[in-house]
Design a protein around this ligand. Structure first.
Ligand code: ACO
Length: 329
């Protein structure tokens, strides 16, 4: 039996930067409100015609270059997304074609903001069992495709992006992914959802007229559950692995709101220097926040061989999770 370890990491964001000031011009909002309530300063919006699979493929190409392998070396592609290019074929199939990963199979996974962590845990089992040796795990979302540009409650909170990591088997003596906790609580579904376009309310003039193809959210309720849910999955995973928060080199939380991140970090008693924050630059990119957090930390040399890293997330569903790994590069 092997463990799975991360051997490469990359991300891609669209070129177009949208600042809070830009949003002030089209919505009844202000830079001050957005910054103080969320921590967001700017975000990236995809260009017309740019899709989730385009962002995912671009992140994957960068990752393959970094690892120095060819696309045909990839065995499996798992894409976490709630904004696929279309219901089917899967985004994984589209990415497979775009990057030329001829030998790979793949599938999409829907876990909203927890999607990447769910995908990472799932993919790690393929490596752990010895079934596959190179699994590409992607978190990608084009949130602007499901946001109502007239709804200030949601439009200011999200951005478009993709992040990717490569999982491979550990070598003797390496730890890689150590443990994970995955949870969901379907009773929270009504607080954050996109009600239209599925089998319950197939797309029609009526669903479009009622804006059912956009994200609907009770922000206050989500906020309350997010702090509690993320604090629980982080303390539980530390406890069952007999690890103190002070043993962590880095904490990479989902980037939904700076106040959620700070509240969870404070409950853990973590020094701010150990907490990854990039919500200021990219806003909430849903499934992409965690791989971007890992990739940026690697790029900025915040990760060193042997470091203990904790990922944590909370999102629509409600879904939540935490994952503990040792950095091996
Ligand atoms: N600009 C200006 N005013 C606004 C805006 C805006 N963009 N959006 C809402 N407001 C107003 C509201 O209408 C409300 O006005 P009212 O008091 O006259 O009714 C006022 O601001 C305060 O609204 P609250 O909802 O109390 O503001 P709060 O401090 O809770 O912040 C926020 C709202 C940022 C949405 C927060 O609740 C939050 O971050 N929740 C978590 C939701 C989230 O991040 N979801 C993402 C996906 S899930 C996940 O990733 C965890």
């Amino acid at each position: 039996m092997y463990n799975a370890k991360i051997t490469a990491t990359a991300y891609h964001v669209p070129e177009k930067v949208v600042t809070n000031q830009d949003l002030e011009k089209i919505l009844d909002t202000s830079d001050e409100w957005i910054r103080t309530r969320t921590g967001i300063r700017e975000r990236r919006f995809a260009a017309r015609g740019e899709t989730t699979s385009d962002l995912a493929a671009a992140a994957s190409q960068k990752l393959l270059e970094q690892r120095g392998i060819a696309a045909r070396d990839v065995d499996c592609i798992v894409v976490a997304t709630i904004t696929p290019d279309m219901f089917f074929p899967s985004t994984a199939c589209l990415v497979q074609e775009k990057i030329g990963a001829k030998r790979a199979w793949g599938f999409d996974l829907s876990g909203a903001c927890s999607g990447f962590l769910y995908a990472l845990a799932t993919a790690s089992q393929f490596v752990h069992s010895g079934a596959y040796r190179k699994v590409l795990v992607i978190g990608a979302d084009l949130m602007t495709s499901i946001l109502n540009p007239k709804d200030r409650n949601t439009y200011v909170l999200f951005g478009d992006a993709a992040g990717a990591i490569l999982l491979e088997p550990t070598r003797r003596g390496e730890q890689g992914i150590i443990d994970f906790i995955l949870r969901c609580d379907g009773s929270g579904g009504r607080f954050l959802c996109m009600p239209g376009g599925g089998s319950l309310h197939p797309a029609s003039h009526e669903t479009v007229r009622k804006n059912m193809h956009f994200v609907h959210q009770d922000g206050r309720a989500v906020f309350k559950y997010a702090v509690q849910g993320m604090a629980e999955v982080t303390t539980d995973i530390l406890k069952r692995n007999h690890i103190r928060a002070s043993d962590l080199a880095l904490f990479v939380p989902h980037q939904a709101n700076i106040r959620i991140i700070d509240a969870v970090a404070e409950r853990l008693g973590l020094h701010p220097s150990k907490v990854v924050r990039n919500i200021e630059d990219f806003a909430n990119t849903t499934a992409a926040t965690l791989p971007i957090g890992i990739a940026e930390s690697h790029e900025r040399r915040r990760l060193h061989k042997g470091d203990l890293v904790l990922l944590a997330t909370f999102g629509a569903g409600f879904t939540s999770g935490s994952l503990l790994f040792r950095w091996t590069l």
